[in-house]
Design a protein around this ligand. Structure first.
Ligand code: NAD
Length: 394
């Protein structure tokens, strides 16, 4: 599975692909951190389908495995060590599975599997977390929302990931004669706001050209700065409609009128809460991808050389309850891999082909165990990979 492949493309196919606007003959080195539980199972299927894309479009993908999470704690005593970090830093992108499980859940443990993710975010400077929320018509019945509210829902939440309340200093707890106290600090520089808001505008420009910027400017100074900076950046994007909305109002709109949204950009804590709220409307954990970016994606962007790699992962966890049974849904991981093709390598056509194959798989009525109805025979994890690889490899 971890081999290096080089694919040859016939000259006829090559000229056809060039006419279609494809980027040909790209080579990329991808760090694969499968992690724990179903992480390695779903990641293996993503590798399978991206390799099929490589064969179809003439790209070479080198997959380099690394240890992270619980397995890394077991083997190396830390959730991520310098070998893995060096491997990641020498890669063009990171495909991540999931970490954690009951084996490493001891609340008194000194190291936790999640430390590996936090270390990666910090080391790579993954400042923009993208979570697409798409309701597949075929899966509408799995959503907790009424079907009439879900028509056309297709938006992306961008959460600022390296600043704000989770990182600001002082952050501490103490006790004095009046009792216990604690403080967290919400702080942003204009540069931190500018770069993540730009991700929002660039993305909106590639979609339906509407950006909601969420804040709490009625009560918070950082939010007033956020709104001011977002408005300033907006002048560079006159073609994108910028709508400021209070984060609490957005929380209501996500469950009452989710189809008003195209792209949402917001602060770390608001984004954490709202992206989880938005995740459930899609219906299944096994369908939701994410990307954590280190640079601003550009329209018609090609692969950036140099710089730190971005990271792509399904939003679900390691699902220990189903690990090793061959029934995990690999589609969220595959959709994350499609985001990698698009945002790290500028392979838009290839990303569309992969997403289209996933749409086709669902449209033909195939389901994995988590989204199958009682009368359906679910497709096993590895079989899903085979079917989608065959589809994109045509
Ligand atoms: P989970 O996402 O692992 O599982 C929640 C439920 O969804 C389970 O019933 C599971 O079987 C199901 N599920 C999740 N992904 C699925 C898939 N691809 N196909 C089919 N069913 C799927 O969340 P949890 O149970 O709260 O957490 C389990 C472990 O994962 C914990 O140790 C937690 O800390 C960790 N976790 C890791 C990450 C990450 O690595 N980014 C994220 C969330 C949770």
């Amino acid at each position: 599975m971890w081999e290096t492949h080089r694919y040859r493309v016939s000259s006829r196919l090559k000229s056809k692909l060039v006419q279609e606007g494809a980027v040909l003959g790209m080579e990329a080195r991808i760090a694969v951190l499968g992690g724990d539980g179903i992480g390695p199972e779903v990641t293996a299927e993503s590798i399978k389908v991206v390799d099929a894309i490589g064969r179809r479009y003439g790209h070479r993908f080198d997959w380099v495995p690394g240890l992270v999470g619980g397995r890394s704690i077991d083997e190396r005593g830390t959730a991520i060590d310098s070998d893995t970090l060096n491997l990641v830093l020498g890669s063009d992108a990171v495909l991540f599975g999931a970490v954690g499980g009951p084996k490493w859940d001891d609340p008194l443990a000194k190291v936790r599997p999640e430390d590996g993710i936090l270390k990666l975010r910090k080391t790579l400077g993954l400042f923009a977390n993208l979570r697409p929320v798409k309701v597949y018509p075929q899966l509408i019945d799995s959503s907790p929302l009424r079907a009439d509210r879900l028509e056309g829902v297709d938006f992306v939440i961008i959460r600022e990931l390296t600043g704000g309340l989770y990182f600001g200093k002082p952050k501490r707890r103490w006790e004095n004669t009046r009792g216990r106290r604690a403080v967290d600090t919400l702080s942003y520089t204009e540069k931190e706001i500018q770069r993540v808001v730009r991700v929002g505008f660039e993305l909106a420009r590639m979609r339906r050209k509407r950006l909601h910027s969420l804040d709490k400017m009625n009560v918070m100074e950082t939010s007033r700065l956020w709104r001011e900076v977002a408005t300033e950046v907006g002048h560079e994007y006159p073609d994108v409609e910028l709508i400021h909305m209070l984060a609490d109002n957005a929380a209501m709109q996500i469950v009452t009128n989710p189809n008003i949204f195209d792209v949402i950009v917001t602060e770390n804590t608001f984004g954490d809460i709202l992206s989880d709220e938005a995740a459930v409307i899609g219906g299944s954990m096994g369908m939701l991808p994410s990307a954590s970016l280190t640079s601003i994606p550009k329209l018609n962007g090609r692969r950036r050389r140099g710089g730190k790699p971005s990271l792509y992962e399904p939003i679900h966890g390691s699902a220990p309850d189903i690990a090793g049974r061959g029934i995990a849904n690999p589609l969220a991981s595959m959709l994350s891999a499609a985001m990698m093709l698009r945002w790290s390598f500028g392979l838009h056509k290839e990303a569309n082909a992969l997403e289209g194959a996933i749409d086709g798989f669902l449209a033909e009525g195939y389901r994995t165990a988590d989204i199958a109805s009682n009368d359906q025979v679910p497709v096993q994890t590895a079989k899903v990979g085979d079917m989608i690889a065959a589809q994109v490899g045509d």
